[in-house]
Design a protein around this ligand. Sequence first.
Ligand SMILES: C[S@@+](CC[C@H](N)C(=O)[O-])C[C@H]1O[C@@H](n2cnc3c(N)ncnc32)[C@H](O)[C@@H]1O
Length: 260
Amino acid sequence: MTATHRYQFRNHLDQLGPLQETLDPITHTELADLDITAGQTALDVGAGAGSIARHLRDLVGPTGKVTAVDIDTRWLDPGGVLEVHQRDLRTQPLPAGSGSIDVAAARCVLEHLPNRHALLNQMITALRPGGWLVLGEIVYAPVVAHAPRSADTDLIIHVVHAILDVLSAHGVDLHWGDKIPGILLGNGFEQVRTRWVAETWTGGSPGCRLFADNAHQLHHKLLREGLSHQDLDRFAELMTDPAVLVRGYQFASITARKPH
Ligand SMILES: C[S@@+](CC[C@H](N)C(=O)[O-])C[C@H]1O[C@@H](n2cnc3c(N)ncnc32)[C@H](O)[C@@H]1O
């Protein structure tokens, strides 16, 4: 893998929308448990369509400051105390001074980037002593599914496994979320806590729309995994069918506090 390793998805709201709908309740709960107060400074790394940056803006209020960074800033509206910076974080540094940040978030970003470890170190440096990291990553888990026809159940399991395999083969570290807590503990972080969350996703739900979009975006690579156009069309149909249940992507949600 090189520094030019390419992010596997194109940003658009068919992907970022259901991702936010699925994960925001988890991240909001994490943020509610931290002592974020008005006037603080926050950083959102790889902010996507900006729901977490906007939530942080609400938490820090008009006297705070939020910096959102992404290689693709089309979906991010700067305004008020929310600043938006376009950066390729594989090669460009975070726009945050050392010790300047009270809460630094990155969700479903670091696992995609070849320099994930160095970027995590940059986030740690940007935090003030006592500041919080709020990280989230999709981590590998076996797929479980149910559809009325057993051939459809097998197909769903095959496609979702193939999505995970394609991402891994293209440099996404689906075990990175499991490694982060140990790395933070090794850096002296306190109150390191991980919640591993996986929920049932029903056909038509935001989670199944996310699966459908991921399969659509990876279509050509999934064909090379032995799936056919017909399989992928059927998978897209199944993801809208309320009689279908799938174990959703497993999400590792991690919070930890930089030592004083
Ligand atoms: C899966 S999305 C997650 C978006 C958001 N954090 C969320 O959870 O809703 C990954 C984000 O990482 C951004 N990204 C990918 N490669 C990047 C890079 N090299 N530098 C900066 N951002 C990058 C993408 O543009 C995208 O917005």
